[in-house]
Design a protein around this ligand. Sequence first.
Ligand SMILES: Nc1ncnc2c1ncn2[C@@H]1O[C@H](COP(=O)(O)OP(=O)(O)OP(=O)(O)O)[C@@H](O)[C@H]1O
Length: 421
Amino acid sequence: MKAFGDDDTIFEDIDVLNPNEQTYQPTDLPERADELDQIHSSLRPATMGSTPLNVLVYGQSGQGKTVSIMLKTTQLQEYADEVDMDLTVVDVPCKGVDNSYHALTHLYKELREKQLGPGEELPSGYQKKALLNMVLEELESIGGTIIIVLDEIDAIGDDDYILYELPRSNPEGVRLSIIGITNDLQFRENLDGDVRSSLGEDEVKFDPYDANQLRNILARRAEGALRDTHFRDGVRDYEHLESDVVSDDALPLAAALGAQDTGDAREAIRLFFRAARFADDNGELEITEHHVRDARDFLEQKAIESGIQTLPQQKMMALMSTAWHVSKGEQSTATTPIYTQYKKMCEVEDVTPLSNRRFRDRLNDLSDSNILTKTQGRGRGKQNRYGLAVDVETVVENLPQKNERHGEVAELLRKQVEKHR
Ligand SMILES: Nc1ncnc2c1ncn2[C@@H]1O[C@H](COP(=O)(O)OP(=O)(O)OP(=O)(O)O)[C@@H](O)[C@H]1O
């Protein structure tokens, strides 16, 4: 068994490569200079004794939206402390909330904790209007300039009460600014006109990073995290990176793979971090292209596994009915026999089956998520055929257990796979 402390390591400060926002926040975001300037301009009125503007920040996942807002609000807070300005920044992560009421309860809790310290409960049992008034009272009791950051605000769905009311609320003695952040572009499009014009007084758009920008981002994170890794001539970009522990092709490959999908910095960092850990855990002193490829396979497999584990009921049944045919040795199966199998499984689970047409939509969704393969039927009346895009073993290993929901059918499928192994 390995003993802690004995291992040789390529890491100097492993946290810098950790993609988790709580573990490490970069303070240098040259790729977002324009966006940071726009945010600066929206917040600057606070330094003149006026009200900072409301801002709607939008762009796909992993584009540095949260980290940019954190950077600018922290910078403003530092300035406020220096000049004795009364400023409070309240962060409300909305991930997991499902409506405005729920978001307001979290805001209320955060406002209370700003004044009383951690440990406050989420309020419950109040009418929406009463809860809003409680929030306004807390804002008035804090006073001064208050910036509320609502991250992942799309979680409230089409219930936009909080976004309508807060910017209009005018609490006494408070200069209030709301910053809403979303990676759901449709959410922004669908916002009610009034909400959009008040919340989106200013709008800041984050376009996806390209491979070149991802290389520079990875280079800076690698320089902070890894041993014997430095920038030449003090220029902090990929071209000036020199490292004894990263091979020439590893970092550009991670950036290229990251750019392939959506230019998501979190994904690129996660990939390079995993590659670095693979190398380090094996006691190897160089991160190579092989580690990056292994990391990609590993993360893809993980994503598929958690995708299967969290499938909603009908998609889970659609997957199991397709897997049933595959387990009997069929590469792919036409829609009708899969649908017949699905109806049998619904009977076992006491689930109302979908119509044939809606069932086919589920099969197509699974093929869009790369869990099923789809071969288009040719000619009149020819049906599409579906198979598994992943091992049947991966499917059965990630299905519910016997005593869980759908566990009975899952168990039958596991036995069938066992039988034909
Ligand atoms: N320009 C950059 N330089 C260094 N690290 C970056 C940069 N942009 C993003 N990151 C890192 O990528 C990760 C994701 O960033 P962030 O959470 O700000 O993205 P986001 O746009 O808010 O994504 P989401 O919409 O998914 O919440 C974080 O670990 C962050 O530190």
